[in-house]
Design a protein around this ligand. Sequence first.
Ligand SMILES: [Zn+2]
Ligand SMILES: [Zn+2]
Length: 348
Amino acid sequence: MRAVVFEEFGQDAGVQDVPDPVPSEQGVVVRVEATGLCRSDWHGWMGHDPDITLPHVPGHELAGVVEEVGRGVVNWRPGDRVTVPFVCACGRCPACAAGAQQVCERQTQPGFTHWGSFAQYVALEQADVNLVAVPEGLSSATAAGLGCRFATAFRAVVGQGRVAPGEWVAVHGCGGVGLSAVMIAVACGARVVAVDVSARALELARSFGAAACVDASAHPGGADEAVRELTGGGAHLSLDALGSPVTCAASVRSLRWQGRHVQVGLLPTVAGDPVVPMARVIGQELEILGSHGMAAHDYPPMMDMVRAGTLRPDLLVTSTIPLDAAPAALAAMGKTPGAGVTIIDPMK
Ligand SMILES: [Zn+2]
Ligand SMILES: [Zn+2]
């Protein structure tokens, strides 16, 4: 099969012919029809993820068709259209037993713990625990994002964030996951303040129903003051959807008393731990929450909203590129601020 391979961290990746994957006993091999370009792929390529061994094939938000199933798989057959949470759970550890597969203690992640979906085929583990059927009428380009950015945003806003109608929600960073969060929060009846350095990203956020937009380039130290002004004292819920020390602290300082901060964007450990304004967390009884994907069994409420058209993940896809263009697009992620979502089509 053809796949995007990198042999050194941060060095040019290339498209190569590599052996086809084979399914494990409980796993499947999926023919990839679409795979999203995510900032976590860039972190992996840069060497920020300790799970990655070289040479490596990135890619973790995908949709496609089951090609081959392992002998122990019960619920899936070749030809099924599927997506998968990027956290593939083991199904047996204490976290899984508690229903928290998104923080499974023995998780695998395509594109991190093993070769991923910037390829014609990808192996996925524990298919019966992790695969999610793609509804008819939903394109693979749209469904790919349900494996990472969109599901992550859904859990961050609805699950961990506990958004309620009428609340103010601040979203710091309007790349793929941030724009998804804007759309989801608006659909839940919240008033959203979108923050980004990119005019195009803010334009998209406004088109998805954001009530106010803040140009973060005018606030290099963080846009928290602007958010507090716009919301009459602070947001009820604020997300750092980018993952940087500045946006993390700004998100916490954006909150009103007893507000909730959800950290969604990855903060790579190589950069050290960010400074969180803890005096404020104590004095104002703020909540600091993390969000890490979403378990397959938590997908139905999100899928219902997608089917009903209340959520439109299709509108987030702004470009589709062939596999050959993926290495350059991956490298560019570190330089250009994201606006919208790029999907790679490995069949092109
Ligand atoms: Zn991702
Ligand atoms: Zn587990």
